[in-house]
Each structure stands twice: as structure tokens, then as C-alpha cells.
Design a protein around this ligand. Structure first.
Ligand SMILES: Nc1ncnc2c1ncn2[C@@H]1O[C@H](COP(=O)(O)OP(=O)(O)OP(=O)(O)O)[C@@H](O)[C@H]1O
Length: 254
């Protein structure tokens, strides 16, 4: 049996990747999975090495949980200090992963590793992306993606355009999908309405979005570019693209 092809979802911040992913996972139980990230930070109490949950993190998105009900005060303090951290472009992803992990109440565990081991792996090209945040390294290894495939799950990878380029150097052979907003003006409105960004991070995202929107149209980078104008239509388009792969996974289970 061939392993399910991973799916790369790329596109500017605010284009709708998470929204579309959540719907996919809600409508197709036990079909999609996420890779477990590596980190050099210390495990927190209750965290286990490598025990990543496949669908729960998406379903327990921060917006669905009453934060005060489930957080310890220490978590909230850490979360607040992370929110205020002065992030650079490269640490943004690690920041988001770290904040996500806090918001998911330790449900997303990591492969905990040492700085030396991780740096060696990065130098060897074992990681499709990595970033430093608060003195710790975070990254997605090729092996972690293969682990998801070995469970007969379609690994969803939400990566930026640099990540796309790195994945193209591997033999992972994913389906490359770019999610794009109808225009930069609409993207700005959605990001403002989402109320998750400071003015500074919003401007950074818009700048990155302009570059991303240009690169996504270069021939051969993506298998398909979906313009997320109307959410229902964009979701239908995504389902049509993934239909055969979803069916293969479901058939292999039955
Ligand atoms: N077609 C659409 N029409 C209107 N609003 C939308 C549409 N798609 C997504 N949104 C809204 O736009 C905002 C950004 O979407 P989302 O958070 O899914 O983007 P994203 O690409 O995952 O961003 P990031 O990379 O920053 O996580 C959300 O508030 C979402 O509800």
C-alpha cells in the first residue's frame, strides 16, 4: 500500500488556511494528521516525548475553549509574555507554535531534543523548517512527516514559501496548494477583524503577503492556487482536489 501523500497548505497569514483545515478535519475524521514538532526547550509537567495528537489540537482551537476555565495562572502569564514578545520574522512561526501549544493546554507534545542534536539534524537537511524562539530551537523534521504517513494519515503541512522550497528538495512528494486572499485589502480587513495582531505584526504580515502573492503565481511552484473569496466555494475546491487521496485513506481503513 502506498503511503498517503502529504498536503502542503501555504499562503499569506490570514488567507484562511486554518479555517479550511479545521473544516477538513471536522468533516473527515481519522484522515488527516499533523507532524509532531521537535524542540530544544524543556518539557513542562505532563508533557510526553513525541505523543502528538492527530486531530484534537485543531478541534480544540483557542476560540472554541473558554480560556479561563482551562488555564493555570502560570500558563496565562507565559501566554501574555509571549504575546508581548518582540518577535522577528524568523521566530514568528516558533512563537505561534509555542503559543498554540499553550492554548492547547499541553495537548500538542513535542519530540524533545538537545540543541546539539537538533542543530546537527538541521545541518544534515533532516528538517523542512526550523526557527529559534526564546533561545530554543523548534522545527519540523522529515521523519515526523513520515511517521504520520506510516499511520495512513494525510499529513497537513502549513508552511511558508521558504518551507515550500525546502520540501521541494525532499522526496516527500506532497500536493502543493496555495491559499490566497482575493486582494491585499480584503486580507488586511480579515486580519484586523481576527484581532490577533498588533499593528506592527499586521504590517509585517501584509508585507510578507505581498511577496507570497507574487511568488504563488510563479509557474511550477504550486499544483493549485485557491482564491479564498467565498469560503464555501474555496472549501469545495479544496475537497475536489483532495477527494481521491481522502478516499484512498478511507478505503485502506475499511
Ligand atoms: N472566505 C472567507 N471570507 C471571510 N472571512 C474569512 C474567509 N476565510 C477565512 N476568513 C476569516 O479570515 C481570518 C483569517 O483566517 P485564518 O485564521 O484561517 O487564516 P490563516 O491563513 O490560517 O492565517 P495564519 O497563517 O495567520 O494562521 C479568520 O478570522 C477567518 O474566520
Amino acid at each position: 500500500m502506498s503511503r498517503p501523500r502529504p498536503v502542503v497548505l501555504s499562503g499569506p497569514s490570514g488567507a484562511g488556511k486554518s479555517t479550511l483545515m479545521k473544516r477538513l478535519m471536522k468533516d473527515h475524521e481519522d484522515v488527516f494528521g499533523f507532524s509532531v514538532s521537535h524542540t530544544t526547550r524543556n518539557p513542562r509537567p505532563g508533557e510526553e516525548n513525541g505523543k502528538g495528537l492527530n486531530t484534537l489540537p485543531m478541534l480544540l482551537g483557542a476560540t472554541l475553549l473558554p480560556v479561563a476555565d482551562v488555564f493555570s495562572s502560570e500558563d496565562l502569564e507565559k501566554s501574555a509574555s509571549l504575546s508581548n514578545a518582540n518577535k522577528s520574522e524568523t521566530t514568528d512561526k516558533a512563537f505561534k507554535a509555542e503559543l498554540d501549544s499553550l492554548l492547547m493546554l499541553h495537548l500538542t507534545d513535542y519530540h524533545f531534543t538537545t540543541k546539539d542534536a537538533m542543530q546537527e539534524g538541521i545541518d544534515n537537511g533532516d528538517y523542512i523548517e526550523s526557527a529559534e524562539f526564546s533561545g530554543n530551537l523548534y522545527g519540523t523534521s522529515k521523519a515526523a512527516i513520515e511517521d504520520v504517513q506510516a499511520k495512513n494519515l494525510i499529513c497537513i503541512l502549513d508552511v511558508d514559501i521558504q518551507g515550500v522550497k525546502r520540501i521541494k528538495e525532499t522526496d516527500l512528494n506532497p500536493i502543493y496548494i496555495s491559499i490566497q486572499p482575493p486582494s491585499i485589502e480584503i486580507l488586511e480587513k480579515r486580519l484586523r477583524d481576527r484581532q490577533t495582531e498588533t499593528e506592527e505584526s499586521l504590517q509585517k504580515r501584509l508585507e510578507a503577503a505581498r511577496i507570497d502573492m507574487e511568488l504563488s503565481n510563479e509557474p511550477g511552484v504550486f499544483d493549485v492556487v485557491i482564491i479564498n473569496d467565498d469560503l464555501e466555494r474555496a472549501y469545495e475546491e479544496l475537497k475536489v482536489i483532495l477527494n481521491d487521496d481522502i478516499q484512498k485513506v478511507q478505503e485502506a481503513k475499511s
